[in-house]
Design a protein around this ligand. Structure first.
Ligand code: G3H
Ligand code: 13P
Ligand code: ZN
Length: 384
């Protein structure tokens, strides 16, 4: 069933395991992601970023999508998650990743999202508080969970590049929870978005520990989120480069550190880059292993687009020739089926080990089957 993200994070917090959240960029990926969560009996958090919403409306310039495109794409993603998740044996939450405005939040809630992030981290503190509070006031009457962000992660964050990080101040995090009433908070503690996180990055786990400790003392029931947490498996990088890709200095976060922070107060761990890398590697293998596909009328253009930009590993930049399949899941012929299989396998391969390592597998029965309507009642009673 579809649940607010809060239900999934409450179980993770109470039973002390980490819950990964994965970014989705096609209907096939959503189907595969829900399936692997079911096989491993893990609750599922699937996320669409603003750019993904625009992309799933079919917009070419999805990095600069209009609100109309985001509205249309949020519904496409929402419908796909309902199709595969509504009757699922595991609880599924659909979450907006790095929402930037109330308008965008509204589009997602209308489209069927059960959780939203409002990322005001680039704003002055008081403005971040005000924007997040506004979103909480809008979302909680729908029973929709709200994640905020405090502190700035280095790297590309929703196409805003920040060269340095500003770590989250644990005391300010407590103040933020109190003033906004948000359910979850993304903290900046050493991770960063994308495939270039630096070699041997050391997470500042003490920031998570201190924040959670301060929250406990103040009686705040909220959850901490680790963004930019892809592990960037080195064999993906080597295989991509051996097949003509050009990924330089691509390093992720050591998975053991991520497992460690699940015991230090981190409840949700965001992963996007690993999926993109796995899909890219699979597609390169497919086209090199079956050269006739390089000339295929329907999928040959994918190979050409990949060759034209060997640094790119975001499938959204090279899948244009099969856009109707991306947005509907319908497969017109055997060549497209092979591409879809690569994308689905990329999702399954990158997700499965993390569900096991972070500990959410075989825990879906611990998650309360609560609807957004029931959650809305709880917020109302608690006055949040
Ligand atoms: O945190 C950002 C995610 O990796 C989503 O990326 O905005 O390119 O869809 P995107
Ligand atoms: P990665 O780029 O490390 O996968 O981070 C994803 C993320 O934080 C999405 O919000
Ligand atoms: Zn993020």
């Amino acid at each position: 069933m579809l649940v607010p993200m809060r239900a999934i994070l409450e179980a993770a917090d109470q039973h002390r395991y980490g819950q990964a959240a994965f970014n989705m960029n096609s209907v096939g990926q959503i189907e595969a992601a829900i399936r692997i969560h079911e096989l491993l009996r893990s609750g599922a958090i699937l996320q669409g970023a603003e750019a993904s919403n625009a992309y799933m409306s079919g917009a070419q310039d999805f990095m600069h999508g209009t609100i109309e495109q985001k509205q249309a794409g949020a519904k496409v993603i929402g419908d796909a998650v309902k199709k595969y998740g509504a009757d699922s044996i595991v609880p599924v939450a659909l979450h907006l990743d790095h929402g930037k405005s109330l308008e965008s939040v509204k589009a997602c809630i209308d489209g069927g999202y059960t959780s939203v992030m409002i990322d005001g981290s680039s704003l002055p503190y008081e403005d971040n508080v005000a924007l997040t509070r506004e979103v909480v006031k809008y979302a909680h009457p729908y029973g929709v969970t709200v994640e905020g962000e405090l502190g700035v992660l280095a790297g590309v964050e929703d196409h805003v590049f920040s060269a340095t990080s500003t770590y989250t101040n644990p005391m300010q995090a407590v103040d933020f929870f109190k003033k906004t009433g948000c359910d979850a908070l993304a903290i900046s503690y050493g991770t960063c978005h994308g495939a270039n996180k630096g070699k041997d990055t050391k997470i500042r786990r003490e920031i998570a520990i201190a924040t959670k400790e301060c929250m406990m003392h103040e009686g705040i029931s909220g959850f901490l989120v680790s963004h930019g947490s892809s592990t960037v498996p080195q064999e993906y990088v080597q295989q991509i480069n051996a097949m003509g890709g050009d990924l330089q200095n691509a390093f992720g976060i050591d998975v053991n550190q991520l497992v460690d922070v699940t015991r230090c107060g981190i409840n949700k761990i965001n992963v996007d880059t690993d999926i993109r890398l796995a899909c890219t590697r699979n597609l390169m293998e497919l086209f090199i292993g079956s050269p006739e596909l390089q000339e295929s009328e329907t999928v040959g253009a994918i190979w050409k687009a990949m060759r034209a930009n060997p640094k790119n590993f975001d499938p959204r930049n090279y899948l244009w020739s099969i856009m109707p399949t991306i947005t509907t899941g319908e497969v017109p012929n055997a060549d497209v089926q092979k591409v879809v299989n690569c994308m689905k396998d990329g999702v399954t391969e990158s997700i499965a080990p993390l569900l096991v390592q972070f500990g959410s597998y075989r825990k879906s029965h611990l998650i309360e089957a609560v609807t957004c309507e029931q959650m809305a009642e709880r917020y109302k009673k608690a006055g949040i």
